[in-house]
Design a protein. Structure first.
Ligand SMILES: *Cc1c(COP(=O)(O)O)cnc(C)c1O
Length: 382
């Protein structure tokens, strides 16, 4: 009689197969894109590394951008700005979206510049600097037509006057004035043509209040690519570094390639309902492949029954609803072996679907696709 099978006391820790879904990140594309912007921009380039470097990994994005012509780093939160500081000890780093009670002392301790969008934010910065003895480097933030972040024009005179008092008292130095454009992908529209004037007017008022901001910045990717009048002293580039051009004017390189293995292949007859809700029913006998990747991994459910992936060099439609962890594609009459690698999207060089295709299928923008890839997808950075 053989001994009963028993579970080992210590289960093996790493059960990751070599064929799990992988997000390959090619930083040479980021390098080339950065060089394009450094060459195009009239002034300096701030690399926007928010949202974990637009889903590409903050550290690699930051280092690559600085090595290829960017001179500043920026992110929304202080936490991500601190990560950016860890990537480079010297480059100026800006954080521009924080609650009033944000940890200003930590930001100053890491030499992070802070955008200040209101009198209450300014008072909090002054208070923190009074306590800590730091002198904060501040960019006054003016709302140039978005009704979003930044001071409304009617709050600007008071904000600049208060900033001047704080500067005189030694708590802050106003180094910059910043704005943001709402419709930069559509050059020629009024918010874009008036944006630079509004920002320069705001700078003029700041100067009249006695401030000497030296870094005026307004443009992000789209405006930088389409309108040199918006460049001023610095441009803030995020999407463009990862190959997204909202203006549709420039061919940039995409850095991402997302693959998943086929885990199962099956032949089904006509009339087979697929997945939750049977939102697709086959109209012929066909062969289905199952991929272990779903909306928890960032593939939008809205792309169900619309998206395609590439399997064995052929585009294969996604059939039925994309599930949390898996999706089904149609191989037609050409089966493949399990473990065949499917390309969900890539730069498009080998004819595979792209991030833009997925955005189109999901009714969204490529930014949402690249920033949405889930944590459990393994990253492979080169
Ligand atoms: C995200 C962001 C950017 C970068 O915009 P892209 O269009 O991705 O280049 C620039 N400025 C601000 C204030 C932002 O929030």
């Amino acid at each position: 009689m053989s001994a009963p099978a028993t579970c080992p006391r210590q289960p093996p820790r790493n059960t990751t197969g070599t064929h799990d879904p992988v997000l390959e990140i090619d930083l040479s594309a980021v390098a080339a894109n950065t060089r394009h912007f450094a060459h195009t921009a009239g002034g300096e380039v701030l690399a926007v590394v928010k949202a974990d470097g637009f889903g590409h990994g903050l550290d690699g994005m930051a280092r690559t951008a600085l090595a290829n012509g960017a001179t500043w780093l920026g992110a929304t939160s202080i936490a991500e700005a601190v990560e950016a500081r860890a990537a480079d000890a010297d480059a100026p780093v800006l954080s521009w979206l924080n609650p009033v009670d944000a940890d200003v002392t930590t930001a100053c301790g890491h030499r992070i510049d802070l955008a200040v969008p209101s009198g209450r934010h300014l008072a909090a910065v002054v208070e923190a600097c009074t306590r800590s003895g730091y002198r904060a480097r501040v960019h006054l933030q003016l709302d140039t037509g978005m009704a979003r972040d930044g001071a409304a024009p009617d709050e600007w005179p008071e904000l600049t006057a208060a900033a001047r008092r704080a500067e005189n008292a030694g708590h802050i130095t106003v180094v910059g004035v910043m704005g943001h454009l709402p419709r930069a992908g559509e050059p020629g529209l009024p918010p874009n043509t008036t944006g630079p004037q509004e920002l320069l007017h705001g700078v003029e008022m700041a100067r009249q209040a006695g401030l000497r901001p030296s870094v005026r910045h307004l443009a992000a990717t789209a405006a930088t690519l389409t309108d040199p009048d918006t460049h001023l002293d610095m441009v803030r580039i995020g999407a463009g570094l990862v190959g997204i051009d909202p203006s549709g004017s420039t061919r940039l390189g995409s850095a991402l390639r997302l693959t998943a293995p086929v885990v199962q292949v099956r032949r089904v007859p006509a009339g087979t309902g697929i997945g939750y809700g049977h939102t697709h029913v086959t109209d012929r006998a066909t062969t289905l492949a199952l991929l272990p990747i779903g909306y928890a991994d960032g593939l939008p459910r809205a792309a169900s029954n619309r998206a395609q992936v590439m399997v064995a060099s052929r585009w294969c439609p996604v059939l039925g609803m994309i599930s949390m962890d898996q999706l089904v594609v149609d191989l037609g009459d050409q089966p493949v072996d399990p473990d065949t690698e499917a390309v969900v999207f890539g730069p498009g060089d080998d004819g595979e679907p792209t991030v833009d295709d997925w955005a189109h299928w999901a009714g969204t923008i490529p930014h949402e696709i690249v920033t949405g890839i889930g944590h459990r997808v393994r990253r492979s950075i080169r």
